[in-house]
Ligand binder design. Structure first.
Ligand code: 2HG
Ligand code: ZN
Length: 470
């Protein structure tokens, strides 16, 4: 099936959904269609046919079977905080939203796992782990609204990947409904399971194109001790990399992020938060570590002083309370939401860490020359080799012209990404936004194989059609 709307009459589809879910959990009012039909990209006009709110795996399975029978497309929907249009329904699809499947059950203190419905909110899972004296480490600014199902479908990363990895690393088991309506229980929480292919991994990051994630067994770990942040002002990108190497070689960091003075100015103006220190610096690095004892803190101070002496660091501040830690983090975490008012054109690019300096300077020269009149906001997860490059839309330009101009420059950016063996989507997925550029990071053979995999799990093409590839 193509991404075009179903030929089955609308009423027949809605009647079928009502028969499974009851009228209260099938929404067709304009408000719901607009809300559930979009994610944070806001570039596409939502136009779903209906919103389905199942409460159980059986109901999800029945909806998927109905989709195959009546030939309509399904768009899975979590917290809709995605940035690549993966959860956009702009083509008469049925949105399956997991908000009502938000229970956490079967916590096991020995395995350190619990089973979550797809609609469990990230923060809910973090709090649940805390209540058990444990820790769920995947974290990002949208943790208050993103849902576990969506996190898994996009293999969400965030601000602690350097130490704790991406969502994939915390999924011990998955229950999915495939595109053809089969329920599969994948891996069942096992730590060791080499009995054939690990199909669980295929569904993680597949953006709902193979099937729907309905439940997940999530892994927890021990909580970190006394997290402490340093924000350091830096003259240039080389300084950031030098200081990363120096700290990383001598300490276990839990995060190493960066942002530019421009990004900081916008956040400070928007939030009223204090600047980290008075002197403005072109760039800032945010480092975090566990303050296991006084020696660790003293070591961080010594490294900081070394970096000042080397001329890499201009100024710095260290958190000494939870509140200071949170405020320093907000300087970095609030960037994305703060700049959303300028309708930014987003890039989420990566390369291996050793190549970051050359990669950064090549991308920077290109965008500075290509966008002389646009504001450019740099930030990202430098410790993961993942950079976020946001171009802000000037008020004088309409959205279409702006995005078209940026799209042209993107080809140059992605040429550089390709030269460095990098990724056109480090952590935000492909969705609708990046599918034209997939070929810069994936070979034709890989894409052909991905399409064959989709065919196996979703033979009628009902699952999130038109996302990742056509
Ligand atoms: O808005 C962006 O470009 C990045 C969002 C998110 O991945 C972040 O790192 O803050
Ligand atoms: Zn990010």
């Amino acid at each position: 099936m193509s991404s075009a709307a179903s030929q089955t009459p609308r009423d027949e589809i809605i009647e079928g959904l009502n028969a499974i879910l009851g009228e209260g959990r099938v929404r067709v009012d304009e408000d719901s269609l607009q809300t559930f039909g979009r994610d944070w990209t806001k570039a596409w006009q939502p136009a779903p046919l209906a919103i389905a709110l199942p409460k159980s795996v059986d109901e999800v399975q029945a909806v998927v079977k109905l989709a195959n029978q009546l030939n309509f497309a399904i768009v899975p929907s979590g917290g809709r905080t995605g940035l690549s249009g993966g959860a956009v329904a702009a083509n008469g699809e049925v949105v399956v939203a997991f908000d009502l499947m938000n229970q956490i059950r079967d916590f096991d203190p020995i395995d350190r796992t619990a089973v979550c419905g797809a609609g469990v909110i990230t923060e809910q899972l973090q709090h649940f782990a805390e209540e058990q004296g444990l820790f769920y480490p995947v974290d990002f600014a949208s943790a208050g609204s993103s849902q576990i199902g969506g996190n898994i479908a996009t293999n969400a990363g965030g601000i602690k990947v350097l130490r704790w990895g991406m969502t994939r690393d915390w999924v011990a088991g998955l229950t999915v409904v495939t595109g053809s309506g089969e329920v599969l229980e994948l891996n069942r929480g096992l730590l060791k399971n080499n009995a054939g292919y690990d199909l669980r991994q295929l569904f993680i990051g597949a953006e709902g194109t193979l099937g729907l994630i309905v439940e997940a067994t999530m892994q927890f770990t021990r909580p970190p001790k006394d997290l402490t942040a340093l924000v350091l002002g830096v003259e240039n990108f080389d300084g950031i990399m030098n200081l990363f190497n120096r700290f990383q070689s001598q300490m276990d960091l839990t995060a190493f992020e960066f942002f530019s003075e421009k990004a900081l100015q916008k956040v400070v103006a928007h939030s009223g938060l204090p600047r980290p220190f008075e002197e403005p610096c072109p760039y800032y690095a945010l480092l975090e570590f566990e303050r296991l004892n006084d020696e660790v803190e003293a070591q961080a101070m010594t490294l900081f002083e070394d970096c000042v002496e080397e001329g890499w660091v201009l100024d710095g501040v260290m958190s000494h309370s939870l509140e200071q830690l949170k405020n320093l983090w907000r300087l970095r975490e609030d960037i994305s939401e703060t700049i959303s008012q300028w309708t930014p054109y987003k890039n989420d690019i990566s390369t291996v860490i050793s190549k970051v300096p050359g990669f950064l300077s090549d991308v920077e020269s290109l965008v500075n020359a290509s966008y002389p009149d646009f504001e450019i906001i740099w930030f990202g997860h430098i410790g993961d080799g993942n950079l976020h490059l946001n171009i802000l839309k000037p008020d004088s330009l309409d959205k279409e012209t702006f995005f078209a101009q940026c799209g042209e420059v993107s080809k140059g950016v992605f040429d550089i990404v390709q030269r460095y063996g990098g990724s056109v989507s480090a952590e935000h997925g492909v969705g609708l936004l990046k599918k034209d550029y997939l070929g810069y990071s994936r070979s034709a053979q890989e894409v052909a194989l991905m399409k064959q995999v989709k065919q196996v799990f979703d033979p009628n093409g009902v699952m999130n059609p038109g996302k990742i590839f056509d």
